[in-house]
Design a protein around this ligand. Structure first.
Ligand code: BES
Ligand code: MN
Ligand code: ZN
Length: 498
């Protein structure tokens, strides 16, 4: 769907349907003078009497088919005091699905309609464009052509007498953010046979080229040369070898500054390895690279928006399989920083690939801030469910930045402790450190292991194991991968981190 701008008088506006997000309290057409003027027939349409404008309601009112705008779709938002941006996003997602069902090809949003909502125009435009694109995602690209299936609407127009540049920029930001979330979603939904670590790295390379990002891929040999024994140990049981992808956005003026570094877990399939997972739901583990997908998606937007900041993205990609050469419980391997790690459960593979990626970030970039994102532990999903991601950090300003970025993105984080006393649970009798602690506090133990390899730096770990996948469709996302995290990273990069 293309975002367009219709500048000029309402008499010239044209579309199959006009979108009217409206509040319930004391609705009257004369509160919306431009809508009233553009569609004067609304005032005498008998069906208007049944429109409640209640939260979640979609109501279509029809005018004469030969009008410039023959339909109006009311998106009920409920009471003003209950308004939140997420309500609007959900309504817009559902509205665009409705438009597709009706086989409409153009929708129009008169900007002035937004002025009754308790939030600025720019933000609302950004969110509506974001939600419109999310609502249309279907994730069925592997289904063979179904000629009868309705096509997406082709045009989404913003309409006003004049459309200032800041509105156009807001629309572009919404477009970029949705592009990122949908890319992350699509990569995570892609079956593992179609997306090996090498293929994911190749995707990263071609996307980076298109958006002007620096991109450097380390293959097995290159990783061996620098001693990435932890990451390599995860991939050694698969016929598809691991890759480390390094993406860099370094504008001239900021290239010498210590960067903000994102690190993503990119397990293209997590079978558990020799500590094999149970069969039920194992197919979901094709999305165990959601963290890396979020990093890749966000980095491309960072480059496209040419943000004035030095930012690096690292994707730690491997396939965790129980092949004959697989790492075994009880094995000891050496991480890039030279430390020996005892492996007691090959299903705790995420922290192994991340340990080396974090060492790499520290050695090569001395980050100002280091943030990793990973579908790391079932324990985090058990603790927080499918709407909250775990946020581990003891840097309070950074916690606030991430929480705020997440809130803007519609992605919610809950602060969990990096409880120092539990570090002793990672002691090994035979090596420098053990990669797993007890089941109790599993998400914290994993976070402490990662922090150990990140070392002395402003650091946060985002555990998205519960939120990267949803069992039930919503108006913004079908069942499956959600793309969670891509937009939070974008908002972090856009914002003034300090
Ligand atoms: N990828 C899984 C975590 C996960 C579980 C993500 C469910 C999404 C949904 C991770 O690699 C894993 O297997 N973690 C283990 C760690 C344990 C062996 C210490 C877990 O959580 O059970
Ligand atoms: Mn695992
Ligand atoms: Zn995993």
């Amino acid at each position: 769907m293309e975002i367009q701008f219709q500048e000029g008088d309402y008499q010239q506006w044209q579309a199959d349907i006009l979108l009217a997000p409206t509040l319930e309290d004391g609705f009257a057409l004369d509160q919306y003078p431009e809508l009233d003027a553009a569609c004067p027939w609304l005032a005498v349409a008998p069906a208007m009497r049944d429109v409640r404008h209640s939260q979640g309601e979609l109501a279509i009112i029809y005018g004469h088919p030969e009008l410039n705008i023959p339909r109006v779709l009311f998106l009920g938002l409920g009471k003003k005091e209950d308004f939140c941006v997420e309500t609007l996003r959900l309504a817009v997602g559902k509205a665009l699905q409705k438009c597709r069902e009706l086989r409409l090809s153009s929708v129009l949003l008169p900007l002035s309609i937004l002025d009754l909502l308790p939030c600025g125009r720019n933000r609302l435009v950004e969110e509506m464009v974001y939600a419109a694109n999310l609502g249309l995602y279907q994730g069925n690209w592997l289904k063979q052509k179904d000629e009868a299936a309705p096509k997406d609407p082709e045009r989404f127009s913003l309409a006003a007498k004049t459309l200032p540049q800041d509105i156009r920029n807001a629309a572009q930001r919404g477009e970029n953010a949705s592009w990122a979330t949908l890319l992350a979603r699509k990569l995570a939904n892609t079956p593992a046979n179609l997306l090996s670590p090498a293929k994911l790295a190749a995707q990263a390379q071609s996307l980076a080229e298109a958006s002007g990002l620096g991109c450097h891929v380390l293959d097995e040999q290159a990783m061996q040369d620098i001693g990435m024994g932890a990451l390599l140990s995860v991939g050694q049981g698969s016929v598809n070898p691991p890759r480390l992808v390094v993406l860099e956005h370094a504008p001239n003026a900021q290239a010498q500054e210590p960067p903000l570094v994102f690190v993503g877990k990119g397990i293209c399939f997590d079978s558990g390895g020799i500590s094999l997972k149970p069969a039920a739901k194992m197919h979901q583990m094709k999305s165990d690279m959601s963290g890396a997908a979020a990093v890749l998606a966000a980095m491309n937007v960072v480059a496209r928006e040419n943000l004035p900041k030095h930012i690096v993205g690292i994707m730690a990609c491997a396939e965790n399989m129980p092949g004959g050469a697989a790492v075994k419980p009880g094995d000891v391997v050496y991480a890039m920083n030279g430390e020996s790690i005892e492996i007691t459960n090959t299903d705790a593979e995420g922290r192994m690939v991340l340990a080396d990626a974090l060492c790499y970030a520290m050695q090569h970039y001395s980050p100002a801030i280091l943030v990793d994102i990973a579908t790391l532990t079932g324990a985090c999903a058990v603790a927080l469910g499918d709407e909250l991601a775990g946020l581990f950090s003891d840097d309070s300003p950074l916690v606030e930045h991430i929480r705020a970025a997440g809130q803007t993105a519609g992605e919610n984080f809950w602060h969990l402790p990096l409880w120092k006393n539990y570090e002793k649970k990672l002691q090994s009798e035979i090596a420098d450190i053990c990669h797993t602690g007890p089941r109790e506090g599993g998400a914290i133990n994993a976070a402490l292991f990662l922090r150990h390899f990140a070392g002395q730096v402003r650091y946060a770990h985002l555990d998205i194991a519960g939120v990267d996948w949803q069992e039930k469709a919503s108006s913004l996302c079908p069942k499956g991968a959600t793309g969670f995290g891509a937009r939070t990273l974008i908002e972090l990069a856009r914002g003034g981190l300090q």
